[in-house]
Ligand binder design. Structure first.
Ligand code: SAM
Length: 270
């Protein structure tokens, strides 16, 4: 395997992700499209459910954006059958892995099989896919077409792409542009949890939440795995496992959306 590089010129997004060479996005997996299309765990026309998600779900709706291969949500959904979980991932070649895990099948790409086994820590034979977990194959920018006002109780962002160049800052999933987008479908008191090992992205995010008038930072840690409060019941994501094995500290913040009253909204319009 190639050594991790700070900047991988092959990255289609030019995102300069550390250890980016391990990202599935770089691999052309011809069967990914078909696997995602056929998976019963991927909701195909989510916009048709807009405003009606409660008819399909048994509890409050939580969304992970940039879900990757889905390990985090599989564990979270199994721990909380009272909630409904949606994983949003824009690349079929990545989401394919989550679909395969849900179906208890090993990865089809032989090159990634050992990585899969290490990351999953699940015996496919014993794994029961949580009924309260589904996926959307889409860019998060389209989420207001899928969820109506007050339809989502919480958002998870795990190891989001850092987009280190200043001119790309609005692509960061914790930018004020994205916070404004989440406000369109989050409930009042809706929670957003964000984890990353990237300190520059984390500092940027803390600043964005501090400056956002409708958000309140509830908790921040710069070393999640050693934090006696925030580290409790932590579920490791695929990237979290990789980066903590490299010795990186994991940062986490929890923020709450405080929906402005109708009067306050009127006032800001004047
Ligand atoms: N959350 C996983 C983890 O912690 O292991 C994956 C992290 S990976 C660095 C970031 C993931 O977010 C990638 O799979 C990428 O395709 C996805 N992603 C980035 N921007 C996105 C967007 N705007 N909408 C949906 N997915 C996105």
């Amino acid at each position: 395997m190639r050594q991790p590089r700070l900047h991988d010129k092959n990255c289609p997004d030019n995102c300069e992700q550390v250890v980016y060479n391990d990202c599935m996005r770089l691999r052309n997996i011809p069967e990914a499209k078909e696997i995602v299309a056929k998976s019963p765990y991927v909701i195909k026309n989510p916009a048709e459910r807009k405003g009606r998600w409660s008819a399909f779900s048994g509890g409050p709706l939580y969304v992970e954006i940039g879900t990757g291969k889905g390990r985090f949500l599989m564990e979270l959904a199994a721990r909380h059958p009272e909630n409904e979980y949606i994983g949003v991932e824009m690349y079929e070649s990545v989401l394919m892995r989550a679909c395969q895990k849900m179906e208890g099948r090993p990865a089809m790409d032989p090159a990634s099989r050992s990585i899969e086994a290490m990351e999953q820590e699940m015996d496919p034979a014993e794994f029961t896919p949580p009924e309260n977990l589904h996926f959307l194959r889409m860019d998060a920018r389209g989420l207001p077409e899928v969820f109506a006002e007050n339809e989502v109780a919480g958002i998870y962002l795990n190891f989001s792409d850092p987009w280190p160049k200043a001119r790309h800052s609005k692509r960061r999933l914790t930018s004020h542009e994205f916070l404004a987008l989440y406000e369109k479908f989050l409930i009042d008191g809706g929670v957003l949890e964000f984890k990353t090992d990237n300190r520059a992205l984390f500092d940027f995010s803390v600043e964005e939440f501090n400056e956002a008038p409708n958000w309140e930072l509830r908790a921040v840690t710069y070393d999640l795995h050693r934090d006696e409060v925030m580290g409790v019941d932590n579920i490791m994501t695929e990237y979290e496992r990789k980066f903590s094995l490299l010795g990186n500290k994991i940062n986490k913040l929890i923020a709450v959306y405080k929906k402005p009253s109708a009067e306050a909204e009127e006032e800001t319009k004047l």
